[in-house]
Design a protein around this ligand. Sequence first.
Ligand SMILES: [Zn+2]
Length: 519
Amino acid sequence: MTTPHTYITTTIPYVNARPHIGFALELVQADVLARFRRQRGDDVRFQSGTDDNSLKNVLAAQAAGADVQEFVDRNAEAFLALGPALSLTVDDIIRTSRDGRHRPGVERVWRACAAAGDLYRKRYEGLYCTGCEQFYTRAELRGGCCPEHGSEPQPVAEENWFFRLSRYSGPLREAITAGQLRIEPAGRRNEVLAFIDQGLEDFSVSRPAERAGGWGIPVPGDPGQVIYVWFDALCNYVTALGYGTEGDAYRRWWAGNAGSRRIHLLGKGVLRFHAVYWPAVLLSSGQPLPSDLFVHDYLTAGGRKISKSSGPAGSDPAALAAEYGADAVRWWLLREVPRVGDTDFTVERLIARADDELANGVGNLVNRVIALIGRYRDGRVPGVCVEGPAPPGGENLAAAIRQADGLIGAALAEFDFRRATAAVWAIADEGNRFVNRARPWELARAERDGDAGAGQRLDAVLGILFDACLELGRDLQPFLPDAAERISRQCTPQGGRLAPATPVFRRLSPVKQARQGGQ
Ligand SMILES: [Zn+2]
């Protein structure tokens, strides 16, 4: 059997400003999928990057009175810093303006589309939103303004290269309905199909070099034009694999064997680019399509829309991770953001979620179990057969442990991070309930008083509780890798005995009291 190859990408954001919490959501979701697939034995490549070749970057740099390359570099640094801050396992980062793999790959895609007869020159007049880097028709505007930015698009008249998107309505519809190109959630898939059914119009894929301020990749054979930034940016998904430089990674993760997956994560605002334009360009240039598109909705912060240029104070993901820890930020993003619908972020919610479920839930259980084994068994883990029947009252906990693996796998196959983390959380929740119900301190007293049966029951109780901690250490790995590592370490005996318990999570809010289990 060959190892399945799984390629997971985030979008590559413009670097006209520092990263905000909405992009952290996409990164963390992608990281969870990457870690989970690695845990299951896949050969995984997790890729992120920055879109440097945008006119928006040029305008933002000019507004700041800065040199474009310096400005782009500075903001790109802030994006790269999210990797360590959020404990991400990004395998590869592409920066479109500096990466030697990018330009030859984009040129190769362009030439392939040209050879297929899908590129032609045409004079064009339209309404352009620089915020979106996109032309809009009047019908698509809201009150005469861009639906994403609320600003008035500028009339632009110029001669550009066009891509024959109109040719691809049928093949795209077929790929989507046959499940060859899977779009989740289903609402987004239907949105794409409805858009295709309206009839696809050819779209412009170049700009006069002059209007782009000389920034961007020149059109092969027509240096007066630069390649449209979206055409350029979308190509990153294959150029980083070496499509233009004969890289082995391209064969491994893109043009690979059946059963391999090519998963793009993206926000709803760029759905059309990923579900229509990009697949059409791939079909035109003779390349396989992505297998999955997972589309997330938006985060607001304190009730306000987060825009790229103005993240409200207090929602900078690197600063949040520095203050509250990567675990707390990741847990909030995974536990609180539903598969469908926008979500409001506040620091209070992040703290409440972390304290309730991590400090008072998962951390409390691990701490209690290690302490109980220390107190009553001198740190030696009772050797109980975990395959046997659960001790009385422990049936729910046993079920939570047994089912977690399957539930997590099923939930992540549907990109449902809330359901996946709920399956992990159930172990901690049932574990704490079981401690309260089984009252191990009373069993220990009875054992001391000469009741041998109580001693056996105590072994069974501590055995299943320890099993719950082991399972938490394993199951949390994709979601909270740092905490999972701390739990697994505490569950590893040294010289046959567990070390004294240390808190897994620090409590973020000073006011709340931990639930105490009567010990
Ligand atoms: Zn716009």
